[in-house]
Every structure is written in structure tokens, then in C-alpha cells.
Write a protein that binds this ligand. Structure first.
Ligand code: PDD
Length: 286
């Protein structure tokens, strides 16, 4: 079992020097990406991840030079050749390699790089007991719906959260709580789940969509896509994050204040269990 890379369809070792200095991803962050989890040797929710990848490519006008089937094949190849059973696959497509000018170079060929690494299960203790988060200003651009390589505000926000002893930084724009630096954010009040509406101001997470369109429906939980202010959190009984790596993570403390009674609430717990069951089913995990 070892981490592996794949560049434009060819397998490589992750420490091989194979990316050009003048790749536009390297120089401008001119590209898009996806992260997919592997459970029991199978990709979870690969189809919606690839559909979002094509939407991101269209949004920044990078031509799609690989078919859906080819991308699926590359994911399977990485799993097979690495022998990784529990892991994460990172995929990025940049506009390609060209001398550095801002406008799109002519006849440039997009560059696809992928990697697979082992990823352990989500931290059991945090999953059981919940995490602390801190509120930070949302300093990103106005197209957060594109899964672009430009992640500086997210990186700085995550580091700020880490230094504050928190698992995640949850961002606030115009007094409204948008999302985490690498996750979506939800609160529960009066048995209704609230989350920021899908819009250019957040990433429409695949896990978020699974929670909303599948799990909540199955469990009869009402979810509202409605912006709420930071003051609303004081009255929330529960809060949680969702994301590919984060899965469904209870939030029990925000800016040093307990959420509800500070324990993981029943709605969050039900969603966590249902998400685990869905992974078990889709990836045939025992
Ligand atoms: N991050 N919001 C942001 C800003 C994100 O970066 C992510 C994912 C999410 C959750 O999306 P999904 O459920 O599709 O993973 C929400 C990935 C995992 C990352 O950057 O590593």
C-alpha cells in the first residue's frame, strides 16, 4: 500500500518532479479541484464530485479534455495500483503550461494531476463528542461556488482556527454565517436545520447535498436553506459541519460558548448514523 500520483493519465511516484515551473496552477492558481474519499477500496459519491468538477471547469473556461468514464477509470486505477482501501483521492485540473501572461494562452492543453493517499477514519472521539469552532471573517471572492485552487483565505482561516484550539473556522460575511473553511455549516433551532443557501457565496458541498436531499428526507428532518446571523447561533440547540473529509461533525462550542447544552444533539446524531449507513451501503462496507 503506497501513495501514488497520476499525471495526464500516467502513474507516477508522488516525489517525482514532473510538473512544469510554468504550469498555470503553480503560477496563478488557475485551475479547479475535487477531493473524494475511498472506503473499502471504493470511491464514495464519485459521480456528483465529477459533475461538480465539470461545472467548475466550465465556470473558469477550461475545456474538459477527459471524459467522465476516463476520470472514473483513473480513480479506479489509483485505488488498484496503490492497494489503498481507506483513503482520499485528490484531483486537480489546471489550464496548462505556458509562459506567464495573465490572459488565456492559445492552444494550451489542460493538465490533470491526481494523487491517492491513505486516510484514516474520521477521529472517533471528535465524532462522538463534537468539536469547537471559531467565527472568522469571510474574506473570499464572490464565486465561492467554484472549487478553485485559490484557497488563501481558507488556509489562513483554518490556521487561525487551529491556533485558537479549534477544529474549524466558520466564516461570516455581512453578519451572516456562510460556511467552514473546508466544510459546510448547519445549525438546529426548534427541530429545524438551517444552512446558508446554495449561491455564489458558498461551495455547494456534495456532503451537504447528501444531507439535504437524501438523509434529511429519509429521516423526516426539515432543512431550510436560509441565511442566519451570528446572533441566531445563541438560540441554536445543535450545530454541525459537513464535508468529504469532515463527514458529519457535531459542533458543541462556538467562540467559547456552548451550543445548546454542550452535548451532541439528537438530529446531528441521527444524520451521522445515516451518513455512515450510506457509506456502508454504497461502498459495501461491513
Ligand atoms: N473541501 N466548503 C468548502 C469551502 C470546502 O472546501 C469544502 C470541501 C466543503 C465541503 O464540500 P464537500 O462536501 O463536497 O467535500 C464546503 C475539501 C474536502 C478540501 O478542500 O479538502
Amino acid at each position: 500500500m503506497k501513495s501514488l500520483g497520476l499525471i495526464n493519465g500516467n502513474l507516477v511516484d508522488l516525489d517525482e518532479n514532473v510538473i512544469s515551473m510554468e504550469d498555470r496552477g503553480h503560477q496563478f492558481g488557475d485551475g479547479v479541484y475535487e477531493v473524494t474519499k475511498v472506503y473499502n477500496g471504493r470511491c464514495f459519491a464519485l459521480k456528483p464530485h465529477l459533475e461538480r468538477l465539470y461545472r467548475s471547469l466550465r465556470a473558469i473556461r477550461i475545456p474538459a479534455t477527459y471524459t467522465f468514464e476516463e476520470l472514473v477509470e483513473f480513480h479506479e486505477l489509483l485505488i488498484e495500483k496503490s492497494g489503498i482501501v481507506e483513503g482520499a483521492i485528490y484531483l486537480q485540473i489546471t489550464r496548462g503550461v505556458a509562459p506567464r501572461i495573465h490572459s488565456f494562452p492559445e492552444q494550451v492543453v489542460p493538465c490533470l494531476t491526481m494523487s491517492i493517499r491513505p486516510a484514516g477514519k474520521v477521529n472517533k472521539e471528535l465524532w462522538e463528542k463534537g468539536v469547537k469552532v471559531t467565527l472568522i471573517p469571510d474574506e473570499r471572492w464572490l464565486r465561492c461556488d467554484i472549487k478553485s485552487l485559490n484557497l488563501l483565505p481558507n488556509i489562513l482561516g483554518k490556521q487561525q482556527a487551529k491556533e485558537a484550539g479549534c477544529y474549524e473556522g466558520v466564516m461570516v460575511r455581512d453578519r451572516h454565517v456562510t460556511e467552514g473553511t473546508s466544510s459546510n455549516f448547519f445549525v438546529v433551532k426548534d427541530d429545524v436545520v438551517w444552512t446558508y443557501p446554495a449561491s455564489p457565496l458558498i461551495l455547494k458541498g456534495i456532503t451537504r447535498t447528501i444531507v439535504m436531499d437524501q438523509l434529511a428526507k429519509e429521516l423526516g428532518i426539515t432543512i431550510l436553506e436560509k441565511a442566519f446571523e451570528t446572533s441566531f447561533i445563541k438560540d441554536a440547540s445543535e450545530a454541525f459541519l459537513s464535508g468529504t473529509s469532515t463527514e458529519i461533525m457535531p459542533v458543541t462550542m462556538i467562540n467559547g460558548n456552548k451550543v445548546g447544552d454542550g452535548e451532541v444533539g439528537p438530529i446531528t446524531r441521527k444524520l451521522q448514523m445515516a451518513y455512515t449507513r450510506l457509506i456502508d451501503e454504497e461502498c459495501e462496507r461491513k
